[in-house]
Design a protein around this ligand. Structure first.
Ligand code: C5P
Length: 219
């Protein structure tokens, strides 16, 4: 992209997994590496944006010249996102937020007893949908990891979450996605779409920033 396409624009990005506590020593999480979100933070920064990266626990190096807000749970991530909203012009939700969390967090380490146990889970709030439900709301970009009917499900989420753009990828492909350094994606917005073939996540992040900058300024 041309440098400066996002000059002075405030961008907030969620990245990585969330961790949902069961007790003081245990949690539920997922395999998200945070690579795509961190690459987007660097690409947006290089395009001139003021970037806040709200990150779940990952092992990546914090990007330079980016404000990093570290969180653990989905509830913490939502609170961090809402407190950044006042100045946010573009919100990008790349985090793999846990859909459910334990209904209660045990205060003490849970002891083993019977051969079976169960943990009651309750639904987490949808962070990107909550952001997009604000009036006014930032230009809001979501991700959709799908294993089938990618366009159908991605366009469904674009509409149901009130997003301006969605980046969809096929996670049934073994060569790309989640923990990989590479990714391929199709970007959908209400009036169009564009496909990017498999490439390094840093290159893809730059392509995504270029297209979102052009959609953002057309808005
Ligand atoms: O509905 P699904 O989880 O597939 O939607 C994925 C998109 O929604 C991603 O952009 C993800 O960051 C966002 N999301 C969220 N909060 C949730 C669940 C998903 O922001 N609780």
């Amino acid at each position: 992209f041309e440098s400066g396409v996002l000059a002075g624009v405030s961008v907030v990005i969620t990245a990585g997994p969330t961790r949902e506590a069961i007790d003081p020593v245990r949690y539920i999480t997922n395999h998200s590496s945070g690579k795509m979100g961190y690459a987007l933070a660097e690409a947006a920064r290089d395009a001139g944006a003021r970037v806040t990266l709200i990150s779940g626990p990952v092992t990546l190096q914090p990007p330079e010249r980016v404000k990093l807000v570290r969180v653990n749970s989905a509830l913490d991530m939502l609170q961090a996102a809402e407190s950044e909203l006042e100045h946010c012009e573009i919100f990008i939700a790349s985090a793999a937020v846990a859909d459910y969390r334990p209904a209660t967090v045990a205060e003490q380490k849970m002891k083993k007893s019977g051969d079976e146990m169960s943990i009651e889970l309750v639904k987490n709030p949808d962070i990107v949908a909550t952001v997009a439900a604000h009036t006014p709301h930032p230009f809001t970009v979501g991700f959709a990891a799908e294993t089938q009917d990618v366009e159908h499900y991605a366009r469904g989420k674009l509409a149901s979450k009130n997003l301006d753009m969605i980046v969809a990828n096929d996670v049934s492909r073994k060569d790309i996605g989640f923990n990989s350094d590479n990714n391929a994606a199709t970007v959908y917005w209400p009036e169009g779409q564009q496909t990017f073939d498999t490439m390094n996540k840093h290159l893809l992040a730059r392509e995504l920033v270029a297209i979102l900058a052009s959609r953002f300024s057309a808005n």
